[in-house]
Design a binder for this molecule. Structure first.
Ligand code: DX5
Ligand code: ZN
Length: 224
C-alpha cells in the first residue's frame, strides 16, 4: 500500500529561543520538510506564530516548509504565508465555508495544497476536492497542543481514506499529525498514512533530534 514514508518534524516542539539549532538538528536527517503550526487562539485554544517566523525559518533552511493553518478565515492569509516561503498550505475543512474556492486560490498561488480534518470530521467532507489537492491531513489529536495522546479511533479513518484514494487512482499524500512516535508510527503506516508529522517525539527527547528522526523513519518503514 504505502511505499515510502515522509517525515515532517513539527517546529511546535522546537526551541524557539534557538530555532536555528533546532532546524539544523533535523534538516539533514532524511526529512521531507518542516511542519509549521499556525494557531490563532480562535480556531484552536492556543496561539503560536505567523508569517514573520515562517519567513525567518525560510532563511535558515532549504527544506520545504509545510504550513498547517489552524486559524479562522485562512483565506485571508494565504498570500502572506506564500510570500513568507511556504511550499505547501494546509487549511482545515472546518474553517472554510467555501473549501473548494480556498483550494483553487492556494493552487493559483503556485504551492501545494492540503486539507486537514479534525478527529470529529468525517472523510466525506473532503470528497469533492480530492482530485484538486496534494495532501489530506488526518488529525490524530484534537489540534491546539503538542504532546497529546494519539486517538486510536483515527486508525480506521486512515484506512478508509487510503482505500478511497487508491480506488480513485489518486496520488494524494495521507498525513497524520498528533501523538506520532515510534510506537504509533508503524500502526498509522499499516493503516495507510505516508506522511508522519511529529513534534514531541523528535525534539523533546533524551536522544538527539537527528537520531529521533532516523528512529521514527525506521519504525515507520518497518510496515512498508
Ligand atoms: C497539534 C499540531 C501538531 C503538533 C503535534 O495541533 O498540529 O503538529 O506539533 O505534536 P506532537 O507530535 O507532540 O503530538
Ligand atoms: Zn500540525
Amino acid at each position: 500500500m504505502v511505499k515510502e514514508v515522509k517525515i515532517l518534524p513539527s517546529l511546535l516542539a522546537a526551541d524557539f529561543g534557538n530555532l536555528s539549532k533546532s532546524v539544523a538538528a533535523v534538516e539533514n536527517s532524511g526529512i521531507a520538510g518542516l511542519h509549521c503550526d499556525i494557531m490563532d487562539g480562535h480556531f484552536v485554544p492556543n496561539i503560536t506564530f505567523g508569517p514573520m517566523i515562517v519567513e525567518a525559518v525560510r532563511r535558515l533552511t532549504d527544506c520545504p516548509l509545510y504550513v498547517h493553518l489552524m486559524i479562522e478565515r485562512p483565506e485571508d492569509y494565504l498570500e502572506q504565508f506564500v510570500e513568507a516561503g511556504a511550499a505547501s498550505l494546509t487549511v482545515h475543512v472546518e474553517a472554510c465555508v467555501h473549501l473548494h474556492r480556498v483550494i483553487q486560490r492556494i493552487k493559483a498561488l503556485g504551492v501545494k495544497s492540503g486539507v486537514a480534518l479534525n478527529p470529529a470530521t468525517p472523510i466525506c467532507s473532503v470528497q469533492h476536492v480530492l482530485e484538486d489537492i496534494d495532501l489530506v491531513l488526518i488529525m490524530t489529536v484534537n489540534p491546539g497542543f503538542g504532546g497529546q495522546s494519539f486517538i486510536e479511533t483515527m486508525l480506521p479513518k486512515i484506512e478508509q481514506l487510503r482505500c478511497q484514494v487508491e480506488s480513485a487512482g489518486l496520488e494524494i499524500d495521507i498525513a497524520v499529525d498528533g501523538g506520532i512516535d515510534t510506537s504509533t508510527a508503524p500502526r498509522v503506516v499499516s493503516a495507510g498514512a505516508n506522511v508522519l508529522i511529529a513534534g514531541t517525539a523528535l525534539f523533546n527527547n533524551d536522544v538527539p533530534a537527528s537520531k529521533a528522526c532516523a528512529d521514527l523513519k525506521q519504525a515507520a518503514m518497518s510496515k512498508v
